[in-house]
Design a protein around this ligand. Structure first.
Ligand code: ADP
Ligand code: MG
Length: 610
């Protein structure tokens, strides 16, 4: 059997997948041939298998350098579930646990060992490593080595000196999702990769609709967005913990089942929030960027950013958590100029307590500011949003306009708004000159917020009379009507809206009124439609329940047992025998032995009842 045949066998028997995804096969082949690798693949592409399969085919030990304890823990749990002997070495272990694990490692118990970069050059680890048969060193999240990247981690600079110390140089492979040209250069150089096989799979995710909304109020924009996506499940990212709490509360007060998630919450509370979301009990999770790293929820239909992140790497990584199942999904950024000020402040003050020397610090700060500038350009400029992202990652888009983002699909157009102006004037009259522009626009747009309900403004006949326009357009029209003296604004701190000298003309509507306004909801290009085999919903919910039970018993997240994609495939294929079960995507021998029969029983019971 050739090494590649062994790799394919491992793919199906250990991991339970029939075929490689784009990019995986050539990386596996290169590693098996003994080459170094530099692979840039987007989040969710399946980078782990690229090195885990060679680890099993090659023999010896594979060391994986990884930056986060939570990532290591999830990877190791997943491997153990698949029957692969693996362990991690990081600061979450007590010193006794650590030396026990090292002893096991010396005795050759583990095939794959995850290690934090700070451990590499310690005496105890070096002592183990120079005497062990290390076949492969993998650098996951390799952009952490670069000062150009958003997650520079000085410990990553230990990697090259560590490899130098080994008696025989193993193959070295580097993986990352977020690499611009300069980061790629740094990875090659700072990890001292030797003539690496370099692969970059495309960054485009055609099923994601990209959108920027620049409305006056983030809350109103968010509520409107969620109104447009009722019944779907998604993530709302906020910049701060306080923001998470306020936004979650605001949503709940509007009757939306939202849970909050941030690193300042207790472990248990956080775990519950995550489970409520992953299991679809809560369709919306409001979170800081701490949420999502190890989460494998495939049916995330939208990701909204309530605040603009500090750079496009962060933005695309977080937004990319939508639509991993390949279904159409939306990534919406709510932009306000205040975001730029806040991020600038954070960049300037983030460095104060770091251990970097002055000059390095200045470089890091300058680069962070440049990245922020690019992010701001994405949020505020015109043109195709997808093209901007692809350009940023050094890719040439296929077409200058993708036809599936708000940059392509919204434009401005002059139109007749005589009827709309009449409705605005009667709305202003019905409100009796007691309210400002924003509230008036909300009443006309039919937004039921707390203030409107309290004042019973939703009982007015003007409520929702311009619903199809949306708040933003209504506000734009009001502004124009003020200029035309159809409406009038009082002076003072809280300017009130009232009819102007020419209100009656507008009300009668004999003079046509024209304005240039943003087009709304009109798509100039048709969106791609994806067809998927239908999973049996009743069966799927039973399988999910069984999975949840097992996960709770074992104290691991449900996706470690089986991913959503695997459960869905089970509900499509409805296997009756062990052999049929092995054909389900994501069911390998290890998981078949552990759980196959339990799931087969649930399926059999279900089919009998049908
Ligand atoms: P990345 O590190 O690139 O973000 P992961 O390695 O975590 O991605 O993989 C993402 C998901 O894709 C996992 O659930 C994994 O099991 C699944 N996956 C990886 N390779 C394949 C494949 N060849 N076929 C089906 N699913 C795969
Ligand atoms: Mg990964």
């Amino acid at each position: 059997m050739t090494a590649m045949q062994a790799a394919r066998k491992t793919l199906s028997e250990v991991f339970g997948y029939d075929s490689f995804r784009p990019g995986q096969e050539s990386v596996v082949a290169a590693i098996l041939q003994g080459r170094d690798v530099m692979a840039v693949m987007p989040t969710g592409a399946g980078k782990s298998l690229c090195y885990q399969i060679p680890a099993l085919v090659l023999g010896g030990i594979t060391l994986v350098v990884s930056p986060l304890i939570s990532l290591m823990r999830d990877q190791v749990s997943s491997l153990l579930q698949n029957g692969v002997r693996a362990a991690y070495l990081n600061s979450s272990l007590t010193s006794r646990q650590y030396s026990l694990a090292l002893d096991n490692a010396r005795r050759g118990v583990y095939r794959i060992i995850y290690v934090a970069p700070e451990r590499l050059l310690t005496d105890s680890f070096l002592d183990f490593a120079v005497n062990a048969p290390i076949a492969q060193v993998v650098v996951d999240e390799a952009h952490c080595v670069s000062q150009w990247g958003q997650d520079f981690r000085p410990g990553y600079l230990n990697i090259a000196p560590f490899i130098e110390r080994l008696p025989r140089r193993p193959r070295v492979s580097a993986f990352t999702a977020t690499a611009t040209q300069s980061v790629r250069g740094d990875i090659m150089r700072l990890l001292a990769l030797e003539n690496p096989y370099a692969v970059t799979t495309g960054f485009d995710r055609p099923n994601l609709y990209l959108e920027v909304r620049r409305e006056g109020s983030r809350d109103a924009a968010l509520l409107r967005f969620l109104g447009e996506h009722r019944g779907q499940s998604g993530i709302v990212y906020c910049g701060t913990r306080k923001g998470v709490e306020e936004v979650a509360e605001m949503l709940v007060s509007h009757g939306i089942d939202a849970v909050g998630y941030h690193a300042g919450m207790g472990d248990e509370e956080r775990q519950t929030a995550q489970e409520d979301f992953v299991s679809d009990r809560a369709p919306v999770i409001v979170a800081t960027n701490a949420f999502g790293m190890g989460i494998d929820k495939s049916n995330v239909s939208f990701v909204v950013h309530y605040n603009m992140p500090k750079d496009l790497e962060s933005y695309y990584q977080e937004a990319g958590r939508a639509g991993r199942d390949g279904e159409d999904a939306v990534c919406c950024l709510l932009y306000q100029p205040a975001d730029v000020h806040l991020n600038t402040f954070l960049i300037e003050h983030a460095q104060e307590n770091s251990q970097l020397d002055e000059q390095t610090q200045r470089i890091v700060t300058d680069r962070a500011k440049e990245r922020l500038r690019q992010m701001t350009y994405y949020a505020t400029g015109r043109g195709c949003l997808r093209a901007k992202i692809l350009h940023y990652f050094g890719e040439e888009p296929e077409r200058p306009r993708c036809g599936n983002c708000s940059g392509c699909l919204t434009g401005a157009q002059e139109r007749d708004v005589t009827r709309e102006a009449g409705r605005i004037v009667s709305g202003v009259m019905a409100l009796g000159g007691r309210y400002g522009k924003a509230l008036t626009a909300r009443v006309l747009a039919g937004v039921k917020d707390a203030r409107i309900k309290e004042k019973q403004l939703d009982k007015l006949s003007a409520f929702g009379s311009l619903r199809e326009e949306g708040e933003e357009n209504i506000r734009a029209m009001i502004d124009e009507l003020i200029v035309d003296e159809v409406l009038d604004m009082t002076d003072g701190q809280y300017p009130l809206l009232r009819p102007g000298p020419r209100a009656k003309e507008a009300l009668l509507g004999d003079e046509p009124i024209r304005m240039t306004l943003e087009l709304r909801g009109q798509k100039t290009a048709s969106r791609r439609v994806t067809m998927k085999p239908q999973a049996d919903k009743g069966l799927l919910s039973r399988l999910t329940k069984l999975r949840r039970g097992i996960a709770e018993e074992q104290h691991v997240p449900p996706f470690i047992i089986f991913t959503n994609a695997t459960l869905r495939d089970m509900a499509v294929k409805r296997p009756r025998t062990r052999r049929e079960m092995m054909r389900v995507d994501g069911v390998g021998e290890g998981k078949m032995d552990r759980y196959g029969d339990m799931f087969l029983r649930v399926i059999a019971d279900y089919l009998e009842e049908e």
